[in-house]
Design a protein around this ligand. Structure first.
Ligand SMILES: Cc1ncc(COP(=O)(O)O)c(C=O)c1O
Length: 403
């Protein structure tokens, strides 16, 4: 007998990704990797965290159980930040989560019954699909700006035996595409969700990492402006300190209407009682003292790396390859000529040129997008980026001759 015979049906949708496994194999020191999606650890504000942690540890509270909603001074700071972003709110509208990944899981749990529809980008953040999969939804394609009619979405959801429950979007410098939703697209998603009667899950993990271009209001801010009060809003904003201060401390937040917060609090209570107290206290102190100058510093480093990658792509990629020009974040998304496969390219790139990236099909709910790849620019210096893209250019040219 194998225990796997008696796993719940939901676990059948939770599979190890082939790509993740392959990428673990390529985590060798001689490989230039554009695969991860992680900040450069050399930029972590170590001294600020040493100080903040030592200070927090003078209070026994730092090691004690605390409230599920989160550390009150951190919630207060976040309510102020959300107000600056155009979302006037109070601590009742803020829940601290263990990274924004936990927020996605809790929101999947809150909204999705088996066969309900989640609208997602095509492609979208792989980790969101992973979080939602456990709740056995059906996915439908969201194309901000050119969406199908609400009736069409509703009819297909009903035919599949459920309802449209959420529209999930990585809004700023999207993981994986690097693309940012325009103001019009944000308004259109809002109008569509109003017609569908569904929640909007606004994933703002990269929001603070804008290098250039015009800052845009969150969808939640547009909705508050339209409806007058966060309490009347269907948008649930998920933020994170992972891309700015530290991913390892696992601190994120949800900002939403207070009844939603109260319900998610019950789920979080059942899951992990609360996020680590010491981590929240340290994040609060570092954020209050250093957030803006620290973020300005990492943005200048990442912007130079993005520029280096874009220049290297211009120089080394053959005609027929296209890529996005992100205004921030950590990713560039490239589309290879039709017929070329990102996964095949990865194998050759690793074996022959010691360079890695993520094949784009991993980010599509239906596994399409074979000829796309995601390139991360935050975790390698400019010279390494130039070298890595030159190597990648060679492999692409070589494959082009063969296809
Ligand atoms: C779009 C997006 N959302 C959410 C997350 C989860 O981040 P965390 O749980 O560290 O906040 C990530 C991490 O890569 C991401 O790219």
């Amino acid at each position: 007998m194998s225990l796997s015979d008696i796993y719940a049906t939901r676990s059948s949708r939770m599979k190890a990704s082939e790509i993740r496994e392959m990428l673990q194999l390529v985590a060798q020191p001689d490989i230039i990797s554009f695969a991860g999606g992680i900040p450069d650890p050399a930029l972590f504000p170590m001294e600020a965290f040493r100080e903040a942690t030592a200070e927090a540890l003078t209070e026994p509270q730092a090691l004690q159980y605390s409230s599920t909603e989160g550390y009150a001074p951190l919630r207060q700071w976040l309510a102020e930040q959300m107000t600056v972003l155009g979302v006037p709110c109070t601590t009742d509208n803020i829940l601290i989560t263990s990274g924004s990944q936990q927020a996605l899981d809790l929101l999947g749990k809150l909204f999705l019954s088996p066969n309900d529809t989640a609208l997602v980008g095509w492609p979208t953040y792989l980790g969101a699909l992973g979080a939602f999969n456990a709740y056995e939804p059906r996915y439908d394609r969201l194309d901000p700006g050119t969406n199908r009619s609400a009736t069409d979405y509703l009819e297909r959801a009903t035919a599949a035996g459920g309802r449209v429950k959420m529209a999930y979007l990585s809004v700023d410098f999207c993981n994986p595409t690097g693309v940012t939703l325009t103001r019009d697209e944000r308004q259109q998603v809002l109008a569509l969700a109003d017609e569908l009667g569904c929640a909007i899950i606004e994933d703002a993990a990269y929001q603070a990492l804008r290098f250039d271009g015009e800052a845009l209001p969150p969808i939640l801010a547009l909705e508050v402006a339209e409806k007058g009060d966060i309490e009347a809003c269907r948008t649930i904003y998920c933020g994170s300190f992972s891309k700015t201060l530290s991913p390892g401390l696992r601190v994120g937040w949800i900002c939403a209407a207070s009844p939603v917060i109260r319900q998610v609090v019950l789920e979080k209570q059942a899951g992990d009682l609360h996020s680590p107290t010491l981590n929240q206290m340290a994040i609060e102190k570092v954020a209050r003292r250093h957030f803006l100058p620290h973020v300005a510093h990492i943005k200048s480093v990442y912007a130079a790396r993005r520029d280096a990658m874009l220049a290297a792509l211009d120089e080394h990629m053959p005609a027929g390859v296209e890529w996005t020009r992100p205004e921030g974040g950590m990713f560039i998304w490239a589309t290879l000529p039709k017929g070329m496969s990102g996964s095949e390219l990865l194998k050759t790139a690793v074996e022959e040129q010691r360079v890695a990236f993520v094949p784009g099909s991993a980010f599509y709910a239906d596994g399409s997008g074979a000829n796309t790849i995601r390139l991360n620019f935050s975790n390698a210096d400019e010279d390494t980026i130039k070298d890595g893209i030159a190597r990648l250019g060679k492999v692409v040219r070589q494959q082009l001759v063969q296809t």
